[in-house]
Design a binder for this molecule. Structure first.
Ligand code: S3P
Length: 461
């Protein structure tokens, strides 16, 4: 049956109007005084997803403090509930009563993972080795992202996947009855793919093995051990070989989630760029596989100190003290990308305000993030009058002491672009506007409030 033209036009128009109503534009401008103060950024997104998932797969109670209460993680909480685990917030602690490996139940509705690639891909791993049927979807950004990278290896354990053309969500998954252990060499450096395979291996008899050519964040390995699984890691040069013994009995555990270094990156760069600033960011995760941005900023001459380095729940953390510094350009090798993969948009902002021409190499993976971040980051800087080029997978940025600003940035449902543009606006001559700040809630719900606390210039356009 065809719909009358006027009815179709009305539906299209009302969808566009709804988008406009829901979009939350913002503007950023020079604060006119230094940024200062001491803040704690929200919990680490990667660790928060894993704590909820592993807790649901463990026997007994998992108590999580510092969980990121951003939309992405709340989607994971809802999915684990739909799979039969109890997930509750009591005061500031989240309590997960797990079902044990292999004991998740079939959800009675579609699992909607919102904007979160990590939630979707890790969950594919869990579902692939549970003998249940499920359907997964996500928002318009997630429905564009490639799922082939997890589907292809997970087929090997006996799961059946039916996806849209191009292996995009929505995705139907029939998990394997008796999952086989996988042996897989990652073709791309991706902690999400590595974790999906290890999660599938939890309910496979025998040893699951993953080889990664470049080390990626190892939160899954660390946390699996913390829950009682046997995980061994051996390194040969840059290559890491990870082996997980299947069907362990995971036992509920306490988890204290550190502050997210990928969120800390935004106030950190703002503090470096706004003249006279001095800030402290408390309790930030400093896992060495996540600190590529700090290494790069130091190469640019940044005044960064770590106060009170300590270990919390098996992860290194510390307080980052940052002071305004006149930065110089940098050449970032491709091999550093996995340790700072989410930080390129904000690093690009730092480079735009540095002396000289920077080159950020090997950024092909940025094209498949919440948006095509390589193109969108270049467009953000161009909107502020900065000269940029994309050469193959490299981003080249011509730094300037005073970026013009005055542009409006299209954020493409991407939280990190939105926050980067708002930091950029702290140093541009004219304000920078963004079309939509609503996706910031996926990873950093109190971003604007904390930036205001430090003295940043952010307001309505
Ligand atoms: C994540 C891994 C990274 C990162 C994402 C979180 C994780 O993705 O971009 O924000 O928690 O494992 P890839 O592993 O796909 O690069």
């Amino acid at each position: 049956m065809t719909r009358p033209l006027c009815q179709t036009a009305f539906l299209v128009l009302s969808a566009a109007v709804m988008d406009l109503i829901q979009a939350r534009p913002l503007q950023a401008y020079r604060p006119g005084r230094p940024l200062s103060g001491e803040i704690s950024v929200p919990g680490d997104k990667s660790i928060s997803h894993r704590a909820l998932m592993f807790g649901a797969l463990a026997i007994g109670e998992t108590r999580i403090t510092g969980l990121l209460e951003g939309e992405d993680v709340l989607r994971t909480a809802a999915a684990m509930r739909a799979l039969g685990a109890s997930v509750q917030r009591q005061g500031s602690t989240w309590i997960v009563a797990g079902r044990g490996i292999g004991a998740l139940i079939a959800p009675d509705d579609v699992l909607d993972m919102g904007n979160s690639g990590t939630a979707a891909r890790l969950l594919c791993g869990i579902l692939a080795s549970h003998d249940i049927f499920s359907v997964m979807t996500g928002d318009a950004s997630l429905r564009k992202r490639p799922m082939q990278r997890v589907i292809e290896p997970l087929l090997g354990c006996g799961a059946v996947f039916t996806a849209r053309p191009g292996n995009r969500l929505p995705l139907a998954i029939q998990g394997a009855r008796d999952a086989l252990p996988l042996t897989y060499r990652l073709p791309v450096a991706s902690a999400q793919v590595k974790s999906a395979i290890l999660l599938a291996g939890l309910n496979a008899r025998g040893v699951t093995e993953v080889e990664e050519p470049e080390p990626t964040r190892d939160h899954s390995e660390n946390m699996l051990r913390h829950f009682g699984a046997k995980v061994t890691v051996s390194a040969h040069g840059k290559t890491r070989h990870i082996a997980l013994t299947g069907q362990p009995e995971l036992r509920g555990a306490d988890i204290a989630v550190p502050g997210d270094p990928s969120s800390a990156a935004f106030p950190l760069v703002a503090g470096l760029l706004v003249p006279g600033s001095r800030l402290t960011l408390n309790g930030v995760g400093l896992n060495p596989l996540r600190t590529g941005l700090l290494e790069t900023l130091r190469e640019m001459g940044a005044a960064l100190g770590i106060r009170d380095p300590r270990i919390q729940g098996g992860e290194s953390i510390g307080d980052i003290v940052v002071e305004h510094t006149a930065l110089k350009a940098v050449d970032v090798p491709a091999g550093r990308a996995p340790s700072m993969i989410d930080e390129y948009p904000i690093l690009a902002v730092a480079c735009a305000n540095a002396r000289g021409i920077s080159r950020l190499r090997g950024l092909s993976e940025l094209r498949v993030k919440e948006s095509d971040r390589l193109t969108a980051t270049a467009a953000m800087l161009q909107a502020g009058g900065v000269r940029v080029e994309i050469e193959g997978d490299d981003l080249i940025i011509h730094g300037t002491a005073q970026p013009e600003g005055g542009g409006r940035v299209a954020t493409h449902m991407d939280h990190r672009l939105a926050m980067s543009a708002l930091v950029f606006g702290q140093v541009t001559a004219a304000p920078m506007a963004i079309d939509d700040s609503s996706f910031i809630d996926t990873s950093f719900p109190n971003f604007v409030a904390l930036m205001h606390q430090l003295g940043a210039g952010i307001g309505q356009p």
